[in-house]
Design a protein around this ligand. Sequence first.
Ligand SMILES: [Zn+2]
Length: 212
Amino acid sequence: MELSILLRVFIHRYKVGHDAEIQCARAWKVNINNLPLVDWENLRKEYRSKKGFKRFRITKAIYRQWATMSREKSWNRSSSAFCPLCKTHHETITHVFQCNHNLMKLNRMKAIANFKSSLIKYKTSPILVNHLHRIVQQHCGGFNVSDLDPNSVLASNEHLKLISYVLQEQKNKIGIENMMFGILSKKFCDCQRMYFKTNNFGRNYTIERWGR
Ligand SMILES: [Zn+2]
């Protein structure tokens, strides 16, 4: 029941005070007051643009229903909660991002490289590319995600200040793991809009396309 409520919110619209807020906040471990910061518009477009198995996969990710061993064990569908690859850690969602088995490391490297090249392909602000890349690497390496150096931000331009602000909002109010599932602050689009305004790449590079 709770999942179907959540799903309807994605398909239609997110509204403050909706019943689904509680379910979202619980599934994503986000303070309910911070949910309006999420870029619902683009999340919904992404969901709608996928069909069949791809849509099913997004749904599973949004609801945190990956069939990890920890989850299977808690549902009595497996006798072990350990990761089948490294066999040293319980396989939680966080562990899937951070497992040190060679096969996982290799796949992760490929995924991070693809992520970076798609950001570049859509003419993402180079400062934003570098920081998103750094954050993903830090998170997947099991490190705490660091903030931008406040001195470099103070001395620098408006674009960098906005990027610093959005990264802090993502980290402190929406969450880095949620970011890995595409649950992002609306302000990422503001950063990129600012970059497009000062760099004209032609009509193929619009904020609407970039957001997706
Ligand atoms: Zn593992």
